[in-house]
Design a protein around this ligand. Structure first.
Ligand SMILES: NC(=O)C1=CN([C@@H]2O[C@H](COP(=O)(O)OP(=O)(O)OC[C@H]3O[C@@H](n4cnc5c(N)ncnc54)[C@H](O)[C@@H]3O)[C@@H](O)[C@H]2O)C=CC1
Ligand SMILES: O=C(O)[C@@H]1CCC=N1
Length: 272
């Protein structure tokens, strides 16, 4: 059932678009309940054309019209925008920030207010309703705020609540994660072409292998190592391939990549 509230996106870039598309597909908000503002007119025109959402002429006009504000600008722009809105924000308006690294405490300080602030980390598959979304509510929240977050964001994927000090880890794993997986898909397809498959067949086989394997973990509720063992015949092809992946350090590359991305998330707010 559609909400009777209005939601506004400050920043109409790629993540805002993914969320808008997912939210509209779910029907929880209608196009005339979604406002967008951006400093780039071409982004506003594009999203209005594609999704029939309402363009606010600036961040102030958006603020005047909405109940929920999604901060979807880059982390370094967050203080600039919040300082602009500080005077005019109403206590009843709820702030949802998806900016990497920016804490709920920082947002309250920039606004000099006690508005409800939720920090979220979605990922781009929200565009097709398959997002992985983590959130934390910070301090001064009401019980129904959690229900609200679950209601809005479960329309675009799976939602988990975490402690705020784990939000950077979420950013390193699932926020950035789609890019790691696209890299793997591309690498598998290239590797298939290298051993003689057509590009189309290699991509289709690589993709379905990833989808099927992920679904097996989900549906069979078995540890991935058990499922790996099911594929791996003694002295066979799979163990031969796995040995090379271990020798090349694929597992440890993921440890390092996610650790580095987690640190980068902290750096975005000036820590580390
Ligand atoms: N792209 C991703 O996969 C994810 C991004 N995020 C977070 O989402 C936020 C947005 O990221 P993207 O959409 O990737 O960036 P983006 O660069 O595509 O979008 C940001 C938009 O903000 C606009 N903007 C800049 N200054 C503004 C201002 N003063 N007022 C209004 N709009 C302004 C820009 O013109 C741009 O269209 C970032 O904080 C990022 O950390 C979070 C999860 C995943
Ligand atoms: O790369 C970034 O900084 C953003 C945050 C998570 C995904 N993209």
């Amino acid at each position: 059932m559609p909400s009777n509230k209005k939601i506004g996106f400050i920043g109409a870039g790629s993540m805002a678009e993914a969320l808008i598309k997912g939210i509209l597909n779910s029907g929880i908000f209608l196009p005339n309940q979604i406002y967008i503002s951006d400093i780039k007119a071409e982004r506003l025109d594009l999203l209005k054309d594609k999704y029939q959402v309402i363009i606010a002429k600036d961040n102030f006009e958006l603020l005047k019209n909405v109940d929920y504000i999604i901060m979807a600008v880059k982390p370094k722009v967050i203080p600039v925008v919040l300082k602009e809105l500080e005077e005019d924000i109403d206590q009843s308006q709820k702030i949802f920030s998806i900016a990497a690294g920016v804490t709920t405490k920082m947002i309250k300080e920039y606004l000099s207010s006690n508005n409800t602030v939720v920090r979220l980390m979605p990922n781009t598959p929200a565009l097709i309703g398959e997002g992985a979304i983590a959130y934390t509510v910070g301090s001064d929240f009401e019980a129904e705020d959690k229900e609200l977050v679950e209601e809005i964001f479960s329309s675009v994927g799976n939602v988990v609540e975490v402690e705020e000090d784990l939000m950077d880890a979420v950013t390193g794993l699932s926020g950035s994660g789609p890019a790691y997986i696209y890299l793997i898909i591309e690498a598998l397809a290239d590797a298939g072409v290298n051993v003689g498959l057509s590009r189309d067949n290699a991509l289709e086989l690589a993709l379905q292998t990833i989808i099927g394997s992920a679904k097996m973990v989900l549906e069979l509720e078995k540890h991935p190592a058990q499922l790996k063992d099911m594929v791996t015949s003694p002295g066979g092809t799979t163990i031969t391939g796995l040995k090379i992946l271990e020798e090349k350090g694929v597992r440890s590359a993921f440890y390092s990549a996610i650790e580095a991305a987690t640190l980068k998330s902290k750096e975005l707010r000036g820590e580390e």
